[in-house]
Design a binder for this molecule. Structure first.
Ligand SMILES: NC(=O)c1ccc[n+]([C@@H]2O[C@H](COP(=O)([O-])OP(=O)(O)OC[C@H]3O[C@@H](n4cnc5c(N)ncnc54)[C@H](OP(=O)(O)O)[C@@H]3O)[C@@H](O)[C@H]2O)c1
Length: 354
């Protein structure tokens, strides 16, 4: 077997077990909160993986809206941020080294992770060429799921899975309204809802995004301006559920779109937080239910990342869920990725390539 290369110098295989030294790698770091310009491309020292950790050489890194929130600061974050910090929580790559005690994963294997066990917005560090990750946070990628695809859909797919499997499972009797239908999570929700037999109505920010949403299972697509009226025409009795990752700009306007005993699912805040909700409004509007789920509880409920991914991988491998990679960027150009994401410039997911 050839020697394992690490960014800081050659690694060695002792049998199948690669030994990692401290490596000099490059990463995006922020030294303060702010706009995309605070992200700097810097060299840092990465220590060898500790006991129970795996050195992952990233080959594709996810861009998530939460990365923008971490960069901006003051959003979800409970503990003060410690600078400099490396953003990002999700990536895929190759196993490049093992800390002591790690079994069940071997050098050269293709793996991915979504979070590293601690609070998602605080234990960041994936915008880097390499990272040491707790072994129990990794999932092995099956043949047919590339590292790019994994980085583009794992968190977004787990979020969609949580919604359609734990919060509201759409069926043939249902019409669902998916806001930001061409977003990373939105496209997966549209396809999954359609797969389960539901009629899907989507909202989007542009004609091009409407085209993409239609090609991913959306039966009817509208711009946001008059969506309540448009939904009323298509579903006079109201939709069974609203899947809303936009938040402030869409949540309250969605309430009259929902049928009696229907469900409002707010899973994200791309436009800002939903203002405090008067529960009596849910009673007056038809005995509605509102839910605000978080994917980390879903992973824990499934018993970990690997079991949570089983059905997701199967649906992607069977072509039920198409993964749309709207843009890819060099890792060193993460600032452009953030600018484009905040400008709502692409459909689907974006990935960073080291
Ligand atoms: N609850 C959870 O566990 C969980 C998990 C993953 C993600 N999330 C959250 O879910 C939301 C969507 O995630 P995603 O990965 O689908 O995001 P994304 O791909 O970045 O898409 C967000 C979309 O929201 C729409 N949008 C509307 N108003 C916006 C604004 N003011 N600024 C930016 N975008 C705006 C845009 O689509 P249009 O141009 O079509 O309007 C944009 O493309 C995010 O808030 C994310 O943090 C939550």
């Amino acid at each position: 077997m050839p020697p394992l290369r690490t960014a800081g110098g050659p690694g060695l295989f002792l049998g199948r077990r690669p030994v990692c030294y401290t490596a000099v790698i490059r990463a995006i770091r922020i030294h303060e909160n702010g706009g995309p310009e605070v992200m700097r491309w810097e060299s840092i020292q990465l220590p060898p993986p500790a006991a129970g950790e795996v050195r992952v050489r990233h080959t594709a890194i996810a861009v998530n809206f939460s990365d923008v929130n971490v960069r901006r600061g003051g959003f979800y974050i409970s503990d003060a941020q410690v600078f400099p910090l490396i953003p990002g929580n999700e990536a895929a790559g190759i196993v490049a080294g093992l800390g002591s005690g790690v079994t069940g994963v071997g050098a050269g294997e293709s793996v991915a992770y979504v979070g590293t066990g601690g609070p998602f917005y605080e234990k960041t560090g994936s915008y880097a060429e390499e990272r040491n990750v707790p072994a129990d946070c990794l999932v092995r990628l099956p043949r047919g799921i590339s590292e790019r695809t994994a980085a583009a859909f794992l968190l977004k797919g787990l979020t969609a899975a949580m919604i359609v499997k734990r919060v509201f499972r759409p069926g043939p009797e249902d019409t669902v309204l998916v806001h930001a239908a061409a977003s990373g999570v939105g496209l997966l929700l549209c396809q999954w809802s359609k797969h389960l037999g539901a009629r899907v109505i989507g909202t989007v920010g542009s004609a091009e995004k409407a085209r993409v949403a239609r090609s991913h299972g959306c039966d009817h697509v509208f711009l946001y301006a008059d969506f309540p009226e448009q939904v009323k025409k298509l579903a006079p009795g109201g939709v069974s559920a609203v899947f809303d990752g936009v938040g402030r700009d869409t949540f309250e306007r969605s309430i009259p779109c929902v049928r009696r005993f229907g469900m409002l699912v707010n899973y994200g805040n791309a436009s800002g937080h939903v203002p405090p909700l008067d529960l009596l409004l849910l009673a007056k509007s038809g005995s509605l239910t509102a839910s605000r789920p978080a994917f980390s509880h879903y992973i824990a409920d499934c018993g970990g990342l690997a079991p949570a991914c089983v059905e997701l991988f199967d649906l992607v491998l069977r072509g039920v869920l198409k993964v749309e990679i709207g843009r890819s960027y060099a890792l060193s150009d993460a600032a452009t990725a953030h600018r484009d994401l905040e400008a709502r410039a692409f459909s689907g997911s974006a990935v960073l390539i080291p």
